[in-house]
Write a protein that binds this ligand. Structure first.
Ligand SMILES: *[C@@H]1O[C@H](CO)[C@@H](O)[C@H](O)[C@H]1NC(C)=O
Ligand SMILES: *[C@@H]1O[C@H](CO)[C@@H](O)[C@H](O)[C@H]1NC(C)=O
Ligand SMILES: *[C@@H]1O[C@H](CO)[C@@H](O)[C@H](O)[C@H]1NC(C)=O
Ligand SMILES: *[C@@H]1O[C@H](CO)[C@@H](O)[C@H](O)[C@H]1NC(C)=O
Ligand SMILES: *[C@@H]1O[C@H](CO)[C@@H](O)[C@H](O)[C@H]1NC(C)=O
Ligand SMILES: *[C@@H]1O[C@H](CO)[C@@H](O)[C@H](O)[C@H]1NC(C)=O
Ligand SMILES: *[C@@H]1O[C@H](CO)[C@@H](O)[C@H](O)[C@H]1NC(C)=O
Ligand SMILES: *[C@@H]1O[C@H](CO)[C@@H](O)[C@H](O)[C@H]1NC(C)=O
Length: 830
């Protein structure tokens, strides 16, 4: 047992006192204990893990400091890297807790009044263990067993918290009925069980589900012999090996580290995102290695039954071959939950067949059956005999063996460009698309079918539309209409999971929008920190009143924007619309915004290159999502350091991304008289001519990257040798062959120089004068993450300071400089 930090002689003096607790460092025997008030811990034999009492606190939030004490297991290098918590439901309120092993073999946590607050139910009434021992193994597993046996009475690997450690069997034991699954923490500093779970579901053909409350939010897809069908990024790698075991006794997923010097773990966070992290000793940070949920298409059932999601399309939802949207109207307005229906219903009996669907995540297998010894031919024959069988596929993609049969609707299909899987869907012969044969014929045939379909659909809509109009015009009372509207509203809110808050709740949470709660101010309104009754911290944005949008329009817009979810975008939690007031409620970001780090002489020292690179990549991905992957195609128009927020783990999150849409109404692309943006980040064509496009965002991104690398603001940059701003400075150094001098002097890491120089190069490509020369964000992401050859940048736009813009605009809210024809509204930084 590791003693406290007493000097040695004191420890020696006290030894008689603690005689009960000074045996092996990794075990507790009967009548021994570890006490919180003596800072005693167990350390596993190899030193990898430590068990003891702790109070969770996320690195940066000091506001919610509680004194609750938990028993937990953490990595030896950081008490904050907790992998398991015992008394999640029953924290101690002081540090008088004692963990002891009773003679009956149960490990108990006692509080100061000697009441059992938590215990392992490791007793065997009939056959009490003879020499029980509790031991912390070097795998991070706390076990209770008889001292000379490997057959444990109890182990912490059976009662998981939010972390899957190497060697742990995640899943079901079919003999004992034991289910090992993850439950998220409530928040980063509250280990009590949160809403989200990750569980291996044995129904049909096993899959892993992530749920938020009752709702499925992600599905791994079935195991296909190599990986889970919906996790194409799970592939052989230098860090860990993985396996999926499925037999009559058990079903589980497990991974093992290939190299013991690498530390890696799989964690379910309180937002329901399953992520793998690896520990970097040199920087003492957990780095994100991969995420189960990669993008919007990973949201379970986004496109409804028989829909198919493709992240490279905009909008991402389409229908499987032979299907069409159930309601074209809903579909076109971005509500895909209704899914798709067959073009031709007559699928059982004569003239039917199976259509191959290529390179996808297999549909939900909860309602499926399988037979490992059939081949594909037998599989098709079996499926075609049963009218309720909708599709079939192989089980094992390495040798194409086995048969998987679906019954019922096909849900949660997405397309992959690589590492996808094929399956066969039952269709009427008329809907089959033959792949062979004369191409031209096929094409004509498709065109004919399409025209026909479009015709039928148009007719259908015409009729539906007429029918609806008629129904609405029926002389029903106004009351009825109102009622109906209300219910529609409610059901819609429910479905979209966007809470509407009361204005009174918001005022309470923000102390009547008090100045002391103000986090910042932007062009669209002020932001306040709010705390709800239950302790949840949020950021509340009170929109200024000059929006021209009507209420319904505004609400629709907010609901649509709330659907955009990406790990690099700030999450919208809800809104409040009351009379004049429009308020948006966001998740609260404890680390504030990026400018508070990179431009602060103290804080910026905390940002080493890997961290900065991580932030740059995150912003790039978030922006790519806005430009291309989201269904809305948003041009941010005000990307800057203060609009990039940082979460607990320093993941960057772009904020204010829907604002351009909410405020701009229909002027979301093209040309505007009212230039919204921040000088220093605005591209020349935008600032001068009011022309904006995704390329003006790319320009802002380039500026931001240079600021992150240099730790200096583009606006107000000063150099004694020349009058250029940061862009001009970087450009000069690049031309002179010493781009590395742009780098922040607090980062003197020469090992990463090539990466830094590459980033500077990419940034210079982004800030080129001509929009058409600048790369798209998809290209930027590629250039940052691979070694592809980079083009030579041309001169950047706006690289000399202009007198007209030179005045500081840091205190006033809106600062308008008028030149002859253009008006530039400068929005201040928060
Ligand atoms: C543990 O303590 C109880 C009560 O003091 C005592 O009866 C028992 O013999 C002890 N057991 C061992 C193994 O020391
Ligand atoms: C943590 O454990 C590892 C073995 O897993 C060991 O190499 C390392 O030195 C330990 N670190 C500390 C700070 O004890
Ligand atoms: C530690 O806690 C135990 C149990 O609550 C108590 O008996 C003991 O006196 C405390 N020791 C110190 C040093 O506070
Ligand atoms: C100890 O736990 C018991 C049972 O949970 C509780 O009734 C008692 O108040 C606790 N004592 C202290 C001092 O917290
Ligand atoms: C122990 O058993 C009780 C009653 O069966 C149960 O409520 C409790 O959750 C169990 N505790 C653990 C740690 O399994
Ligand atoms: C899949 O087939 C390969 C090659 O026959 C075999 O090695 C592997 O064990 C099979 N996997 C499963 C899960 O059956
Ligand atoms: C539907 O399929 C059946 C059988 O293949 C075919 O006879 C019928 O013409 C099809 N109907 C339409 C509208 O395509
Ligand atoms: C699986 O298929 C084989 C070959 O067709 C058949 O003999 C066997 O009975 C099937 N097993 C089950 C459980 O249906």
């Amino acid at each position: 047992m590791k003693g406290s930090n007493f000097p040695l002689f004191l420890v020696a003096l006290l030894l008689p006192f603690f005689a009960l607790s000074t045996l092996a460092a990794d075990t507790i025997a009967v009548n021994q204990s570890i006490a919180d008030n003596q800072s005693q811990t167990l350390v596993s034999s190899g030193g990898s893990f430590e068990l003891g009492f702790f109070t969770p606190s996320s690195s940066s939030s000091s506001s919610s400091s509680s004194n609750l004490r938990y028993i937990g297991i953490w990595y030896n290098f950081s008490k904050q890297s907790v992998v398991w918590v015992a008394n999640r439901d029953s924290p101690l309120t002081d540090s008088s807790g004692v963990l002891q092993l009773a003679a009956d073999g149960s490990l108990r946590l006692l509080n100061s009044s000697n009441a059992v607050v938590w215990s392992t139910n490791s007793t065997k009434a009939a056959n009490p263990p003879r020499n029980p021992l509790a031991k912390l193994l070097d795998s991070g597993n706390l076990v209770v067993g008889e001292s000379n046996s490997d057959d444990y009475l109890w182990q912490s690997f059976d009662y998981l918290s939010d972390t899957i450690l190497p060697g742990l069997e995640f899943g079901h034991n079919r003999e004992t009925g034991r289910d090992r699954y993850l439950t998220s923490w409530k928040s980063p500093d509250d280990p009590s069980p949160g809403d989200c779970t990750t569980r291996l579901d044995p129904d049909g053909y096993p899959q892993i589900f992530i749920r938020k409350g009752e709702n499925i939010v992600f599905r791994s897809g079935p195991w296909n012999g190599l990986r889970f069908s919906g996790m194409p990024n799970l592939k052989p790698n230098p860090i860990y090996t993985y396996e999926f075991v499925y037999n009559s006794k058990q079903i589980y997923y497990r991974y093992d580290l290939t190299d013991k010097s690498v530390i890696s773990r799989l964690v379910l966070d309180n937002q329901g995102i399953l992520q793998r992290f690896t520990w970097t000793t040199s920087t003492r940070t957990w780095n994100l290695y991969l995420t189960a949920q990669m993008d919007n298409c990973d949201r379970y059932g986004l496109c409804g039954p028989y829909g198919s999601c493709n992240i490279n399309n905009s909008p991402p939802c389409g229908c499987l071959i032979g299907f069409e949207p159930r309601s074209r109207q809903d579909w076109d307005s971005g509500d895909w939950s209704g899914g798709c229906v067959r073009r031709n219903d007559s699928v059982c009996g004569v003239g039917e067949g199976f259509q191959r669907i290529v390179s996808v995540k297999l549909p939900d297998t909860s309602k499926s059956s399988f037979n490992a010894s059939m081949d594909l031919g037998e599989c098709e024959a079996t499926c075609s005999k049963d009218c309720s069988c909708t599709a079939y596929s192989t089980l094992n993609i390495t040798d194409g063996s086995g048969c998987l049969l679906w019954f019922g609707d096909l849900v949660d299909v997405r397309e992959y460009t690589e590492n996808g899987q094929d399956f066969f869907i039952r269709l009427a012969a008329s809907d089959l698309v033959s792949v062979g044969g004369s191409k031209r014929k096929t094409r004509l045939w498709i065109i004919a079918v399409c025209l026909l379909a479009v015709g039928i659909a148009a007719l259908g809509f015409f009729l539906i539309f007429r029918f609806r109009r008629k129904r609405l015009r029926r002389p029903a009372s106004i009351m009825m209409t109102q009622e109906r509207d209300q219910t529609v509203d409610e059901s819609r809110e429910h479905e979209l999971e966007l809470p509407l808050f009361d204005f009174s709740t918001i005022t309470k949470a923000t102390d009547l929008f008090s100045e002391s709660r103000k986090l910042g101010e932007g062009g669209f309104g002020s932001v306040y920190k709010g705390v709800f009754k239950d302790g949840q911290e949020v950021a509340v944005k009170r929109l200024s009143k000059d929006s021209t949008q009507g209420l319904d329009e505004f609400k629709n817009e907010v609901i649509t924007i709330a659907k955009l979810q990406h790990r690099n975008l700030v999450k919208l939690l809800g809104c409040c619309i009351e009379k004049e007031e429009k308020v948006l409620v966001y998740e609260y970001m404890p680390n504030k915004s990026l400018d508070a780090f990179i431009f602060d002489p103290k804080q910026r020292k905390l940002l080493d290159w890997p961290m900065r690179f991580h932030i740059i990549n995150g912003i790039a991905r978030g922006l790519l999502y806005l430009h291309q992957d989201s269904r809305l195609r948003i041009i941010h128009r005000d990307l800057k350091a203060s609009n990039v927020l940082l979460d607990y783990d320093m993941n960057p999150k772009i904020s204010d991304f829907g604002m351009a849409r909410i405020f701009g109404g229909n002027e979301t692309q093209g040309n505007t008289k009212r230039v919204v943006g921040t000088y220093g980040y605005m591209s020349p064509e935008y600032a001068i001519d009011g022309l904006f496009s995704i390329k003006s965002d790319v320009f802002s991104f380039g500026v931001l990257v240079l600021e992150i690398i240099s730790g200096k603001r583009n606006r107000g940059f000063y150099h004694e040798d020349h009058k250029h701003n940061l862009l001009g400075h970087a450009w000069r150094l690049y031309r002179e062959g010493k781009p590395e001098e742009v780098m922040d002097e607090t980062m003197n890491d020469s090992q990463v120089l090539s990466e830094v120089v590459r980033c500077i190069h990419v940034a210079l490509l982004c800030v080129q004068q001509a929009p058409e020369d600048r790369p798209k964000m998809s290209n930027v992401v590629l250039m940052l993450s691979s070694d592809i050859l980079l083009a030579e940048p041309t001169e950047p736009g706006f690289f000399t300071e202009r007198k007209v813009f030179d005045q500081e605009s840091s205190s006033s809210k809106v600062d308008t400089c008028s030149t002859n024809e253009i008006t530039i509204t400068l929005l201040t930084a928060r």
